[in-house]
Ligand binder design. Structure first.
Ligand SMILES: *Cc1c(COP(=O)(O)O)cnc(C)c1O
Length: 379
């Protein structure tokens, strides 16, 4: 069994991928070829914003977004400690300080109720993460941000294709950043990423930043990056985009089916705050793309080992909150984030991709039930 099965998808899109790649090999414009603009136009329309700017990775998209907002030394950016390293890493790389606000225990995303307390005179932006495939509570976060005239950057690396009341992830704040890392909901066959915005000025700055701060050839009004999306990756993404809407539906359906199977066996939702097996909570107004199907279990090491024995791969997203990472560990005085610390001990992600067979899901659920004694506990 595979954690993420990219081969089944390739079987479906092989002809189109090969034709798209061959077109690039024939025209030879490997840097900023015509596929870049074609992809940017399609993705901007898909998300529902004016501008998409392709970048070399999700990490570079976050970096470029903050560079476009001129965030730097002495500034603070409020973010979540329960994420992949890139979010806080890029803040720190710019010389700014990541300020960690704890998460909502039901959705694992930045808790808007705790946001106000973290804002200081040095705060320059708020960067929530739309984790595991569902959008953070962007409306509530935007509301606090507006009161303080702060920009909001959505780290949407795990939520591309997700929506909130029909509005797509990456359109829910000033800038949305996503990743096309192969394992993400919309993945390339290498690294890639993009920024999305409705702001014309910001889009123009992002285009300069991804190309060494160049405004026109060999004229550099600002510092930038070698941060362009590869033409070959854009070609692959164009082929994958054709099946992406169907894959979004499949992801939502399969994620809900996992939850249903677990609930039939006595599991509770993470919104209930119980102590046994907790399934993901997705509020009714949101659609998750389940970049990860992540549950909480009381005995993670035993569950991991027993699933491994049955040939079922698992992963932990994430075992250590970012404020406990040595690179950010500034010692006494640092804000504590007890919710993140607690769930980091209990979360485990199960195999999830749009081509997951229903009997495979049943087998995974049976294995988790056996390893946690779920039914015995309930009865
Ligand atoms: C994957 C990921 C990134 C980084 O994306 P890359 O394309 O791998 O650089 C950033 N933030 C989150 C939350 C991610 O999951």
């Amino acid at each position: 069994m595979q954690f993420i099965d990219l081969k089944s998808q390739y079987g479906r899109i092989e002809r189109d991928v090969k034709a798209r790649i061959e077109a690039v090999l024939n025209h030879g414009q490997f840097i900023m070829g015509p596929e870049i603009q074609e992809l940017e136009e399609r993705l901007a329309a898909f998300v529902g914003v004016r501008h998409c700017v392709g970048l070399s990775s999700g990490t570079d998209a976050l970096l470029a977004a903050m560079m476009a907002l001129e965030i730097g030394r002495g500034d603070e950016v409020v973010t979540t400690p329960f994420s992949f390293i890139a979010t806080a890493e890029m803040i720190a790389l710019l010389g700014a300080r990541p300020v960690f606000v704890d998460i909502d225990p039901a959705t694992y995303t930045l808790d808007p109720e705790r946001l106000e307390d973290a804002i200081t005179g040095r705060t320059r932006a708020i960067m929530p993460v739309s984790l595991y495939g569902q959008c953070a509570d962007m409306d509530a976060i935007n509301q606090v941000a507006e009161q303080h005239h702060l920009p909001v950057i959505e780290d949407a690396a795990q939520s591309f294709g997700a929506s909130d009341r029909g509005r797509r992830s990456c359109s829910l704040s000033l800038i949305g950043c996503t990743s096309f890392f192969p394992a993400k909901p919309l993945g390339a066959y290498g690294d890639g990423g993009a920024c999305f915005t409705d702001d014309d000025g910001l889009a123009a700055r992002l285009r300069e930043i991804r190309n060494h701060g160049q405004e026109r050839r060999y004229h550099h009004p600002r510092l930038g990056l070698n941060g362009r999306l590869d033409t070959l990756q854009a070609a692959v993404l164009l082929a994958k985009l054709a099946v992406f809407p169907e894959e979004i539906d499949a992801r939502a359906r399969l994620g809900e089916r996992y939850t249903q199977l677990f609930e039939e066996r006595g599991a509770a939702s993470s919104a209930s705050g119980g102590s046994r097996v907790l399934t993901p909570f997705v509020p009714s107004e949101k659609l998750s793309v389940y970049a990860q199907y992540t549950i909480q279990v009381p005995n993670r090491d035993a569950v991991t080992a027993q699933l491994k024995d049955r040939g079922i791969p698992t992963a932990v997203h994430y075992p250590i909150p970012l404020n406990d990472q040595p690179v950010f560990h500034v010692g006494a005085g640092e804000t504590k984030t007890p919710v993140s610390a607690a769930v980091a001990q209990r979360v485990i992600s199960l195999p999830m991709h749009p081509y997951l067979a229903e009997d495979t899901q049943q087998g995974v659920v049976d294995a988790v039930v056996a390893a946690t004694g779920l039914r015995a506990e309930k009865g």
